[in-house]
Design a protein around this ligand. Structure first.
Ligand SMILES: Cc1ncc(C[n+]2csc(CCOP(=O)(O)OP(=O)(O)O)c2C)c(N)n1
Ligand SMILES: [Mg+2]
Length: 584
């Protein structure tokens, strides 16, 4: 093995003699590095333990987690932030399955990631002879991934990784599964042949230029509008076409709504931002331009009462322009009058090269929105100014709002129900891709994985606002945060339970309600256990001081913010989706 170690030989200066050999381990590492992938999120064990060691020895950053699901979420959000596929590396069967939720979530959210899992011996697995961690992982991953591949021979590693990279980032990004059977790693290959087998992927996410007639159709419809609206989705944030999007919004003068992870693409305080008048603009708009936003449940499927329809499935009468990289997206829920297919940057640039002028939206539309905004913002300011004891979501999040305003480069990770919904509406974002949250599924458990990855790939401080239930899904990763000494400040909105902490067992028995936790749990001690800073905060002043100190010191910090256990509502803002709650 000694010789193999020395001729990882990516160094072009090093002459490689024909007797030198490489192996599967090194080819995987070399193929990733050749494609500019420098970080692996994972968890070691058979058969990939040596791969983690050797990757680190070869200069890659290997971030080792306590559970694969968190490594998977980390990889997926690294993909979102960097436009390079995030790599999650796991062991076979159980490790693979632990990573699979994150892979499926990545596909749903259009985050580019590659789940690389070691697997057991093919012959034994296929004959179901009971191998160590036997499982047909490729078959299981396929329906949950954008693409899934298996490599059996060392000389195919280069192709396998090239295909995985292209599948993850080209077109609409998504999760890709790459199956690497244990036997692949020790396979040896002549070093020169190995080097030749690797592929540096050229233009992994090619631009997709929209058709001129589609651009004209979109512009014509947009210019005909009396009450136009732009909706920015996380696809727009992913595209990194920030300047073009800002220019389009400002040149057209059209009010816009950012979806959750598009907040900050333009500052939430922008005069055209209509977030504070959302329930007015959706039903009233006549032409809506969606940019990287899908008409899924988060936008009430583009119809029903939210959009001014009479009944829950009725069309509200809006005409839609949909800018999306996927031609299949149009007409998913309602008719799209002007689909504009291409990458967001190219589409927005094409709209900007509009030969004429954009007519300013009618003044009565803008002033009607302005009035509603002013009223709602004033109402919110009044609520935020109160300081009840114990704290409620508003008084605690008022502090987070100030801290983000003072530190606009900090990344805000956010999950929970009330802890999510209140944060989204109270905490303004000022820069693109600074808000990372539960996404399309509303999934709990992304918190610590997202926080670790955000800190690792951006170097910026991270503030994770977590419901106490949400935090529990990935809480053990505070050890990971401490181990890598990451500038992560976790703020737990501790209301003793799921949605709220005051529920009783309806039957009056000994067991607590399924929705509540141990009262007054001291989550901050978890961070102290690993050498980080723990703070118990019962007032906004204590919370503010602790957050300021965390940002100043960049030390791993967990603030246990004690919230009135009766302050939340069932399911936060989406109570209407909850069948039992409906009956009440
Ligand atoms: C993986 C997963 N499991 C369960 C849920 C259902 N769920 C939605 S929000 C939530 C937790 C809400 O409680 P908390 O995080 O404490 O937020 P709060 O409303 O109390 O602020 C749960 C369990 C989910 N969304 N995802
Ligand atoms: Mg809670």
């Amino acid at each position: 093995m000694g010789t193999v170690e020395t001729q990882v030989a990516t160094d072009a200066q090093t002459p490689v003699s024909p007797s030198q050999v490489t192996d599967g381990f090194h080819l995987v590492i070399d193929a990733l590095k050749l494609n500019g992938i420098d970080t692996i999120f994972g968890l070691p064990g058979i058969p990939i333990t040596d791969l983690t060691r050797k990757a680190q020895a070869a200069g890659m950053r290997v971030i080792s987690f306590r559970h694969e699901q968190n490594a998977g979420y980390a990889a997926s959000i690294a993909g979102f932030l960097t436009q390079k596929p995030g790599i999650c590396l796991t062991v076979s069967a159980p490790g693979f399955l632990n990573g699979l939720t994150a892979l499926a979530n990545a596909t749903t959210n259009c985050f580019p990631m590659i789940l690389v899992s070691g697997s057991s011996e093919r012959e034994i697995v296929d004959l179901q002879q009971g191998d160590y961690e036997e499982m047909d992982q490729l078959a299981i991953a396929r329906p949950l991934a954008k693409a899934a591949f298996r490599v059996l021979h060392a000389e195919d590693i280069g192709i396998g990784i090239a295909r995985a990279i292209r599948a993850a980032v080209s077109g609409r990004p998504g999760g890709v599964y790459l199956d690497l059977p244990g036997r692949l790693f020790p396979q040896s290959l002549d070093a020169e042949a190995g080097k030749r087998s690797l592929i540096k992927v050229v233009d992994p996410a090619p631009r997709q230029i929209p058709a001129p007639e589609a651009v004209k159709r979109a512009l014509d419809l947009l210019k005909s509008a009396k009450r136009p609206l732009i909706i920015l989705g996380k696809g727009a944030a992913y595209a990194q076409a920030d300047a073009e999007i800002k220019a389009l919004v400002e040149k057209t003068g059209i009010p816009y709504l950012p979806m959750s992870m598009a907040k900050g693409l333009l500052p939430d305080t922008h005069e055209q931002c209509a977030s504070a008048a959302r329930s007015y603009v959706l039903p009233e708009a006549d032409v809506v331009m969606l940019i990287g936003a899908r008409l899924n449940w988060l936008l009430s499927h583009g119809k029903g009462k939210t959009w001014g329809g009479k009944q829950s499935k009725d069309w509200g009468g809006q005409k839609f322009i949909q800018v999306d990289i996927s031609p299949q997206e149009a007409d998913s829920n309602v008719r799209i009058d002007a689909p504009l297919v291409g990458d967001i940057g190219s589409c927005v640039s094409a709209l900007l090269s509009n030969p004429g002028n954009f007519p300013k939206p009618p003044a009565d539309w803008l002033s009607a929105i302005g009035e509603r905004k002013a009223k709602n913002i004033a109402k919110m300011a009044e609520t935020l100014a109160k300081s009840p004891a114990p704290m409620n979501f508003h008084s605690a999040l008022n502090v987070v709002r100030d801290i983000i305003k003072a530190n606009p480069d900090a990344i805000l990770v956010n999950e929970g129900a009330n802890a999510l919904d209140f944060t989204r509406s109270i905490v303004d974002m000022y820069k693109p891709r600074k808000r990372l949250d539960v996404g399309t599924w509303g999934v709990m458990g992304v918190g610590m994985g997202f926080s670790v990855a955000a800190a690792v790939v951006t170097g910026q401080p991270v503030i994770a606002v977590e419901g106490d239930s949400a935090f529990g899904f990935s809480g053990m990763e505070v050890e990971t945060i401490c181990r890598y000494n990451l500038p992560v400040c976790v703020v737990i909105m501790n209301n003793n339970g799921v949605y709220r902490g005051d529920e009783k067992n309806a039957a009056g028995g000994r067991d607590p309600s399924p929705l509540v936790f141990v009262k007054d749990a001291r989550y901050e001690k978890l961070m102290e256990a690993f050498g980080g800073v723990g703070v118990h905060a019962t007032t906004p002043a204590e919370l503010r001081k602790a957050m300021e100190e965390a940002l100043r010191s960049r030390r791993p910090t967990l603030i246990n913010a004690i919230i009135d256990e009766a302050a939340g509502t069932e399911s936060g803002r989406i109570t209407s989706l909850n069948p039992t709650a409906k009956k009440k």
